[in-house]
Design a protein around this ligand. Structure first.
Ligand SMILES: NC(=O)c1ccc[n+]([C@@H]2O[C@H](COP(=O)([O-])OP(=O)(O)OC[C@H]3O[C@@H](n4cnc5c(N)ncnc54)[C@H](O)[C@@H]3O)[C@@H](O)[C@H]2O)c1
Length: 258
């Protein structure tokens, strides 16, 4: 599918993988709506790539709809990439064995609300808009990529909420691709392994931490770059024979229990 002149919405585009995807889409001639809750970083990126920043919390349906409407004004909306996401680490049962120390249920709901339900809300709105367009030369009206995680398959200790949210994205990939086929819209999911983004900056010595993490990758023994991830996302969007699939981009890593 040719994305030159199309408009695109990328959630989570103010940072990391989403930002790399937004840059590569813009390089290929798309007008990108940078949809994120980080206003400063989002606006700066939108300016850099000639796109437009729209403040979007993906758990707010009004904001989701406003972003999709704005994108449709900038050009034919043919691309959605859902990269907005958060993590959470907590065991299901606490160390002292009381109800109080069991997994925080609000945190579980929040992670699922952003990563899974927020992504689906974006999909149903963007796909509705895409369905109103004429197909491109390749026969597609549009294409969508959700960003899951290898945690959907090898979730680690403490990753109940995160793995459930990403597993949900993997689970909806085929049925939603089947739903959208009638409208000639494709949907795929990319499941990253360990990718070098600001999510690893919270530790005292991020560089040493990332170096050590990289040793657990099969080959190459390093973290992936956001650009390597974005390259697969762009392939899923533009290759008209890619549909209904989840692809791991992870250097062959299989996450151990901890
Ligand atoms: N970096 C990794 O190693 C890795 C591995 C597997 C999966 N992922 C997934 O890739 C995606 C991008 O991660 P990243 O590493 O680039 O992280 P990041 O933190 O750099 O970027 C995530 C972006 O999502 C935005 N966001 C968070 N909550 C939001 C909300 N409610 N509404 C709108 N935007 C919101 C944040 O502001 C941020 O800009 C996430 O879904 C993450 O789970 C990342």
């Amino acid at each position: 599918m040719d994305i030159q002149g199309a408009s695109a919405v990328v959630t989570g585009a103010a940072s990391g993988i989403g930002a790399a995807v937004a840059r590569q889409l813009a390089t290929r001639g798309a007008r990108v709506v940078v949809a994120d809750v980080q206003d400063d970083k989002g606006s700066a990126l939108a300016e850099e790539i000639g796109g437009e920043f729209v403040h979007v919390d993906v758990t707010d349906t009004e904001q989701v709809r406003a972003a999709v409407d704005r994108a449709a004004e900038l050009g034919p909306l043919r691309v959605l990439v859902n990269s907005a996401g958060i993590g959470w680490a907590q065991r299901t049962v606490g160390k002292d064995g009381t109800y109080d120390s069991a997994h925080d249920l609000d945190a579980f709901k929040k992670v699922v609300g952003i990563n899974l339900i927020g992504s689906f809300d974006m999909v149903r709105h963007a796909a509705t808009r895409m369905s109103q367009l004429d197909p491109t030369e390749s026969g597609d009206r549009g294409a969508i990529v959700n960003i899951a995680s290898v945690a959907a398959f090898d979730g680690q200790i403490g990753q109940a909420a995160y793995a459930a949210s990403k597993g949900g994205l993997v689970g909806l990939t085929l049925p939603v691709a089947r739903d959208l086929a009638a409208a000639q819209i494709r949907l795929n999911t990319v499941a990253p392994g360990l990718i070098e983004t600001p999510i690893y900056d919270f530790v005292p010595d991020p560089e040493a931490f990332k170096e050590q993490l990289g040793q657990s990758v099969l080959h190459p023994k390093r973290l992936g770059t956001p650009e390597e991830l974005a390259s697969m996302v762009l392939e899923c969007l533009t290759n008209s024979y890619m549909n209904g699939e989840t692809i791991r981009v992870d250097g062959g890593i299989r996450m151990p229990p901890r």
